[in-house]
Design a protein around this ligand. Structure first.
Ligand code: F6R
Length: 248
């Protein structure tokens, strides 16, 4: 894991956005698509804002971009303001020239008995596009990446999961109370994430400091799914000073 500590989330996010733009442009020059693995939550917000700015002011085009989001709550209507579909449109897709047919977000409305097949199809589609070139990640206080809560091992693929009580508690303010937070989600697996060619992990603020140290220096274990990133040879960890505070 390569660590980059920045003074603040803003400057770190600009560098992450620049890396993404470089990938998109270099792929476009070769007539190829850039396959991005995307995250929601607060961590990537400034990256998306910077990408929107680059689209508007610097002509960065998303015509050759294919995206796969990590996860979605279940059940979740895509038109709900709590959905990750809504989040991605509001923060990125509605403001750039991406072809919405190239956007993939796990469905929160799939029928229960069809979920297994649906998840296998999601995985197959990633493979069909040659795999994820660049996977963006945040980390939850449980050590989850995507919604891979403890225990999740390195072989897990896209599937239905039960959310950890800590994760639901962290999401409660946005839902107007814990009782409104779904108990389940559909998420790409730890194994799906490890298949990406490059991973960028972002964590901001002191509330992430302990789990960031655990991810970097802890024993690799399903009890802290983010520790599996230690097994990947191309992970860049972007931190602000708060999130780097407990690094040993
Ligand atoms: C979001 C996701 C989660 C978040 C994590 C951190 O798609 O998969 O793993 O990245 O919960 O959330 P924030 O960034 O809100 O602290």
């Amino acid at each position: 894991l390569y660590t980059n500590v920045y003074a603040d989330a803003e400057s770190a996010s600009k560098k992450v956005a620049q890396d993404i733009a470089d990938l998109i442009r270099s792929k476009a020059e070769k007539g190829e698509n850039a396959v991005l693995g995307l995250a929601t939550g607060s961590s990537p917000l400034k990256v998306y804002a910077e990408l929107v700015r680059m689209h508007k002011e610097e002509g960065l085009s998303f015509k050759n971009v294919i995206t796969f989001n990590l996860d979605e709550y279940y059940p979740m209507d895509p038109s709900s303001e709590h959905s990750y579909v809504y989040f991605m449109k509001k923060n990125l897709f509605d403001h750039v020239d991406i072809n919405m047919e190239n956007v993939n977000i796990p469905s929160g409305t799939i029928r229960r008995k069809e979920i297994e097949e649906y998840c296998a199809t999601y995985e197959a589609k990633i493979k069909l596009h040659g795999g994820v070139d660049l996977q963006l990640l945040g980390i939850g206080r449980t050590g989850h990446i995507g919604f891979n809560e403890p225990p999740s091992n390195e072989k897990t693929l896209t599937r239905m999961v039960t959310l950890d009580p800590i994760t639901r508690k962290d999401a409660a303010p946005g839902f107007g109370g814990l009782e409104n937070v779904p108990t389940e989600a559909v998420t790409m697996g730890v194994g799906s994430i490890l298949n990406a060619k490059k991973v960028i992990m972002m964590a901001w603020g002191e509330s992430k400091a302990a789990i960031v140290n655990e991810m970097m220096n802890g024993e690799v274990s399903g009890q802290v799914p983010a520790t599996y990133l230690q097994l990947h040879n191309n992970v860049a960890v972007f931190l602000d000073e708060g999130a780097a505070k407990e690094l040993k």
